[in-house]
Design a protein around this ligand. Structure first.
Ligand code: EPZ
Length: 421
């Protein structure tokens, strides 16, 4: 089990370049399995979740090569049926997009139930509801989910909860089936737009992605044979923006879409940080003599404040002056890391989905765990400002989603080392 040793106290200063979006890449790589020809995907991040999905696609017959510049050359034409027997699909969440892709391509898809970060129940009933509306039947058996249909047909689907995964999965499944599918109450996250743009570039006809109504007119063939570049990772960018504010540093986060960062930028400014947006960069710093002030956050689907930035933001609130509130509206149980933060000296009380944070208690180094991907990143951030040494264990969870995390932090001046044990 690898760990990170962090000696706190260094201000982060300099530039950091953000990688391609992990959550967009998961949808796009799975969606590429639907194509009738090869494609090239630039900026697919080199992180464990993506590499695992690539391995699963290879096990299905796809030919995938990673170029020296990180681009993925994908040829899905050798996938001959929708059966995915690779057990690694249990380890990641994004494997569920293979259901939509294989159902759309073969009218049949079968995989082991997807895994992923554990923060309470992660149902897939809305995915299933969508597939069934399109004409599929679903069987859950021996830890597997199988969806199949004699004939798929476009339909009107209303999602009663806003779900990123269900929106993307239904969009993928519908891209090649006959008729028009309309998804209402669709999620609007940037990576939904990215998956839709990818499919459109490959020949699909998807309109409205980024709004709450998406209209997919099925096309018989998705020729592919085109390159596509994945958008920058909104959550990775946010993590470095928070790290800059937390260490009272001065960091320019490059290769990003500043619009995607507005929910965070606005709140950082409200707390007293300076956030200067360029065309594809954001600089975050704290003006001299400014004391960051407490505030309240509520996580919401996009364009609200992203739940995936909730854990690192809570760490920042520990260092602000006054009492802050963090309300988690998306996941039932995403405060598990708070016990670790408390062992580092944080003053936080949890009441259901609300965390009350009393800022100003100095954090002190301790042995803590990466409970999940973003909680792990939060622990690293806490270590950056804690007095003494923090040991973050089980960091493979962090490496599922942050490309070159240690190197990027070191380049900004952090004292962090990876220990293999
Ligand atoms: C995606 O998960 C992301 N994962 C998560 O990021 C992110 O936290 C989440 O969206 C919300 O933004 C990937 O993209 C791989 P949802 P997803 O379906 O799609 C309920 C990270 O750290 N729901 O939008 O699984 C669900 O319980 C990961 O990168 C149903 O009720 O999330 C939740 O309360 C962690 N039924 C809400 O919807 C369903 O069928 C939103 O979930 C599906 C979801």
């Amino acid at each position: 089990m690898a760990s990170y040793m962090i000696r706190g106290g260094n201000r982060l200063v300099g530039d950091v370049t953000i990688s391609g979006s992990k959550n967009a890449a998961l949808g796009i790589i799975a969606a590429s399995m639907l194509l009738d020809g090869p494609c090239k995907i630039d900026h697919a991040p080199n992180v464990d979740d993506i590499n695992m999905l690539v391995e699963i696609c290879r096990s299905m017959g796809a030919q995938i090569r990673r170029e020296a510049d990180g681009a993925l050359e994908i040829d899905p034409r050798f996938v001959t049926n929708g059966e995915t027997i690779d057990e690694r699909s249990r380890n990641i969440r994004g494997s569920y997009y293979l259901l939509g892709a294989m159902l759309g391509r073969f009218n049949y898809a079968s995989i082991y139930m997807p895994g992923g970060c554990n923060f309470g129940p992660r149902p897939i009933d809305l995915h299933v509801k969508g597939f069934e509306a399109l004409g599929a039947t679903t069987v859950f058996e021996h830890g597997r989910i199988t969806v199949s249909s004699e004939k798929m047909q476009g339909e009107h689907i209303f999602l009663d909860t806003v779900s990123v995964g269900a929106t993307i999965n239904i969009m993928i499944a519908a891209a090649k089936i006959e008729g028009v599918t309309v998804i209402e109450n669709a999620a609007r996250e940037p990576h939904i737009v990215d998956v839709a743009n990818f499919l459109n570039t490959m020949g699909a006809n998807i309109r409205g992605a980024g709004t709450d109504v998406i209209r997919i007119t099925g096309v018989p063939v998705l020729p592919g044979n085109v390159s596509y570049s994945i958008i920058p990772d909104q959550i990775e960018a946010g993590t470095y923006m928070l790290a800059a504010a937390l260490t009272r540093g001065d960091v320019t986060v490059r290769n990003i879409i500043p619009k995607h960062m507005e929910p965070l930028s606005a709140k950082l400014e409200e707390m007293g940080a300076r956030v200067v947006s360029g065309d594809d960069s954001i600089r975050v710093f704290i003006p001299e003599d400014t004391v960051l002030q407490a505030t309240s956050f509520r996580t919401m689907p996009y364009p609200g404040f992203p739940t995936d930035l909730q854990p690192p933001t809570t760490v920042l609130l520990c260092t602000a002056q006054g009492s802050s509130k963090m309300t988690e509206n998306v996941w039932d149980n995403r405060f598990q890391y708070i016990d670790d933060l408390k062992t580092m000296g944080a003053d936080i009380m949890i009441a259901g989905r609300l965390a009350l944070i009393e800022g100003g208690n100095p954090l002190t180094g301790a042995k803590v765990f990466a409970r999940d991907l973003r909680a792990g990143a939060a622990m690293v951030l806490a270590g950056l400002v804690a007095e003494g040494t923090t040991e973050v264990n089980d960091v493979s969870k962090i490496e599922r989603g942050y490309e070159s995390f240690v190197k990027k932090l070191q380049d900004l001046g952090a004292d962090i080392t990876r220990i293999d044990s």
